[in-house]
Design a protein around this ligand. Structure first.
Ligand code: PGA
Length: 255
């Protein structure tokens, strides 16, 4: 982190976990533990938990996010939820392009770009996920893959709009596997993304953009990962479902 240049953002990605009652209970545990954090704290919850989560976090420092949105405002898109709908109920953030959406539900760089556009147009903040497969890392093309994913998603995004984007570097091989990228690996890719932002938008934008690391970040390894200059927080899956563990990560981001 480099807090002189940009805030840290720690976001929980609850994935398909917690009923509304369970969500309320977990947030009830998290709220007192992260009170007074000097980083941004976000909980990205399942669609059905959004209203309860918004109510439970009213007046607290926790922002609520969704985990996907469709690119059209409304229409015949069975099973989808639009960015406008999320904005209308008071959601702040939306995760776009998570690797589980890409590998399991057919999302690709072009649909990620369309969803990003819709989210920005609706006034949501985007957590844009990019990351390589293990084979791609072994081939030595991690930087190229991540640059391309980022570039395509940001096509047509203005410098002003970029302020509403957080990028999450999530190596696919590290998600939910317990295999974390080393702090040096995470920092190297995050720095490469920042360099790309510099090429596209200039140095001030590169300095200001928040780039998280995600992939088995937990209470034990957060300190080392977050001590890296280009790792500005985390997108946390498994560990975000345990109030204590999540709050330890938030407190490491406060350090
Ligand atoms: P994990 O998930 O922390 O469980 O690896 C991270 C993510 O998918 O965002």
């Amino acid at each position: 982190m480099n807090k002189n240049l940009r805030p840290a953002v720690v976001a929980g990605n609850w994935k398909m976990n917690k009923t509304p009652d369970e969500a309320k209970a977990l947030l009830g545990e998290i709220i007192p533990l992260v009170k007074g954090a000097d980083c941004e704290v976000v909980a990205c919850v399942p669609f059905v938990d959004l209203l309860v989560a918004l109510e439970a976090t009213k007046g607290t420092n926790i922002k609520i996010g969704a985990q996907n949105c469709h690119w059209e405002k409304s229409g015949a898109f069975t099973g989808e939820v639009s960015a406008e709908m999320l904005k209308a109920i008071g959601v702040d953030y939306v995760i776009i392009g998570h690797s589980e959406r890409r590998t399991l539900f057919g999302d690709n760089d072009l649909t990620v770009r369309k969803r990003t556009r819709a989210a920005l147009d609706a006034g949501l903040k985007v957590i844009l996920c990019v990351g390589e497969y293990l084979e791609q890392r072994e081939q030595g093309i991690t930087t190229e893959i991540v640059r391309l994913q980022t570039k395509i998603a940001l096509l047509g995004v203005s410098a002003e709009e970029l302020k509403n984007i957080v990028i999450a570097y999530e190596p696919v091989w590290a998600i939910g596997t317990g295999k974390t990228a080393t702090a040096a690996q995470a920092n190297e890719v995050n720095a490469a993304i920042r360099e790309l932002i510099g090429e596209l938008y200039g140095k001030a934008a590169a300095d200001a953009i928040v780039i998280q690391y995600g992939g088995s970040m937990n209470a034990a390894n957060a300190e080392e990962l977050l001590s890296q200059p280009d790792v500005d927080g985390g997108l946390i899956g498994g560990a975000s479902l345990k109030a204590k563990d999540f709050s330890v990560i938030v407190s490491e981001a406060n350090a």
